[in-house]
Write a protein of this length. Structure first.
Length: 271
């Protein structure tokens, strides 16, 4: 969330990122049968509590601990806990790459919108699980959305007589990659699937989401406009150009909408 917080803060993040609510719901539904009263749950990268507040009513006298590196996001998560009078959820600052819990501490470990460092986060979550525990991660995944971004970058590059950016598919979080990771870590697969989510109709909202979270988009903006990714002023104005071109391409070349997807990976810790 760090890149987003620099611009808008967690309250706007909470309001704007409706697709995170959607993937959070899919994530929780995938392991609902394991979210029983009395269980202890880890929510890695909890943000402002998208997952936590869907889990809380399911676990009764159990407990969920939400961990995130952004203190501002945790402040809003705690505020929502007080407003909703939720007592079985605790939020604490921490790094999902270095979870400070003893091994075998949780029954279920969840992560929504897992980052590019997914395998490393996954290892930390598995270590925190008890034998027989369930790990469940989700991330939006749509080859069509990445094609849309690439099409915009190519048009911007052509307008400026620069070379088209190199196409890079994202295979860090596709089903074959996850199956291989499960095998490597000795996990028993429970559910590995891609789920359709609502089609994208707003290029502005879609690009805003990706500008915040996805390094691939920032790389495309940087290449197409020939600016340094660390030059914040140029990147901000570059994103405006991306929004304008993206709206035209979405309307004229994608018929005003394209589909989205979410990959869900659920595994059981053996031993």
């Amino acid at each position: 969330m760090g890149y987003y917080l620099d611009f808008y803060g967690p309250a706007i993040y909470d309001f704007v990122f409706t697709h995170i609510w959607e993937t959070a719901h899919i994530l929780v539904e995938a392991v609902r049968e394991h979210l029983k009263p009395g269980v202890k749950v880890l929510d890695a990268g909890t943000g402002t509590g998208f997952v936590a507040y869907q889990v809380a009513p399911l676990i009764g006298d159990g407990h969920l601990i939400g961990v995130d590196a952004e203190e501002d996001a945790l402040l809003l998560a705690r505020y929502k806990a007080s407003k909703r009078e939720v007592s079985n959820v605790t939020f604490q600052k921490g790094d999902a790459l270095h979870l400070e819990f003893e091994d075998n501490s949780f029954d279920v470990a969840l992560a929504n919108q897992v980052p590019a460092t997914f395998p490393d986060v996954f290892k930390e979550m598995i270590s925190a699980l008890r034998p027989g525990g369930i790990v469940d991660v989700a991330r939006p995944h749509s080859s069509e959305s990445r094609s849309f971004l690439y099409d915009i970058a190519c048009e911007l590059a052509a307008q400026r007589s620069t070379s088209s950016p190199r196409w890079t598919g994202d295979r860090r979080f596709d089903l074959p990659a996850i199956r291989g990771l499960f095998e490597q870590m000795g996990l028993e697969p429970v559910k590995l699937e891609q789920v359709a989510i609502r089609g994208i109709r707003s290029s502005e909202m879609f690009l805003l989401n990706f500008i915040i979270q996805d390094r691939y988009l920032r790389m495309l903006v940087s290449h197409a406009l020939q600016v340094d990714q660390d030059d914040r002023a140029s990147m901000i104005t570059g994103c405006l150009d991306f929004l304008q071109v993206g709206k035209r391409i979405l309307d004229e070349e994608y018929g005003g909408e394209f589909g989205g997807g979410c990959i869900i990976a659920v595994g059981k810790k053996t031993g």
